[in-house]
Ligand binder design. Structure first.
Ligand code: BDR
Ligand code: CA
Length: 311
């Protein structure tokens, strides 16, 4: 049976690959996309989400536009990593076929959770603002969902926007703190994602003259350049895909249940994910966190799925 999935996303090169993975994999039923700022402002990520659906002929998937700003901190975007407008490549301008639904993302999340009560996975792979707003609208949201899945945080791995924080938590630390505290989440942090890039040979083998594989090539290569420049890692760590890959393969991620909290202070503690692996606070676990991955198995799953999508 396939998992109904609502993806909250800020496309974004790795988000784009996660959308393609979710559209293609038989064990996932993508019921909608909600957009959020992060890799670019929300107007851009909403347009990108729609363009990706159109490129892959999936205009049946509804899009809901998300919040424009973090709860308290200033907006911070990452076009320098993902490309102009938040994504590398020339995606087609979206048409009326993917016009966003009339309700904002937070309401759409609540509506979908009620419609698929007890079955829906809400995967958030951008800033957590929409999810925090949905929680404010419906405090019982976690009980309506099967799972809240988050790509974000860096528990023991170095952060990518500060020594302690990943972009998704740094960019709205108050939302991240609330969502991690209150949803019993599954968290996939940089600890799992950062060193598991796609094989360079696979990326090089992608056809560049066909629209879909050409787009995948652009996303993977452009995103890889930043990892190479900053960390000397040769292929792109496509963080967001890994969160979804764990949904379809139980043996992929090394999950541990721990007490976790996100720092919402300013300064270097902003957006830091603290995972109490030693139980120093004597608190019950409030979620699960992926601290490792079977990287070869992951690469095979992702390349096979994306190959099918661009055939
Ligand atoms: C995360 O931040 C975003 O820029 C990426 O799309 C990913 O979700 C990685 O830290
Ligand atoms: Ca993302």
């Amino acid at each position: 049976m396939s998992t109904p999935l609502l993806l909250d996303t800020d496309p974004g090169c790795d988000d784009a690959l996660a959308i393609v993975f979710a559209l293609e994999h038989a064990d996932i039923d993508l019921v909608g996309l909600t957009s959020i700022f992060g890799n670019a402002p929300t107007a851009d990520t909403t347009r990108n989400a729609r363009s990706i659906l159109e490129l892959f002929d999936r205009t049946d998937v509804p899009v809901a536009a998300g919040a424009d700003e973090p709860l308290l901190v200033d907006l911070d975007t990452a076009e320098h990593i993902h490309g102009p407008g938040g994504i590398k490549g020339d995606l087609p301008e979206p048409t009326t076929a993917t016009e966003p639904v009339s309700v904002p993302a937070a309401q759409f999340i609540v509506d979908q959770a009620r419609e698929h009560e007890g079955e829906l996975t809400l995967a958030a792979v951008g800033r957590l603002t929409n999810v925090a707003l949905a929680l404010a609208l419906e405090p019982d949201l976690p009980d309506l969902l099967d799972e809240t899945l988050i790509m974000g945080g860096s528990a023991f791995e170095a952060g990518n926007v500060s020594p302690l924080a990943s972009a998704n938590f740094w960019g709205d630390p108050h939302a991240a703190r609330r969502v991690v505290r209150d949803t019993d989440p599954t968290v996939v942090p940089l600890d799992a994602t950062q060193h598991s890039g796609l094989p360079a040979a696979w990326i090089e083998g992608l056809a560049r003259d066909a629209p879909r594989s050409g787009a995948v090539y652009e996303w993977a290569t452009y995103y890889s350049q930043d990892d190479l420049d900053r960390y000397g890692i040769e292929t792109a760590a496509i963080h967001d895909v890994m969160a979804l890959a764990g949904l379809v393969d139980d043996d992929l991620l090394e999950m541990e249940a721990h007490f976790m909290e996100v720092g919402a202070d300013d300064g270097l503690a902003q957006g830091a994910l603290a995972v109490d692996v030693q139980g120093t606070r004597d608190e019950d676990p409030n979620g699960r966190v992926a601290l490792g991955v079977d990287a070869d198995r992951y690469r095979e799953l992702v390349t096979d799925t994306i190959d099918r999508a661009i055939e």
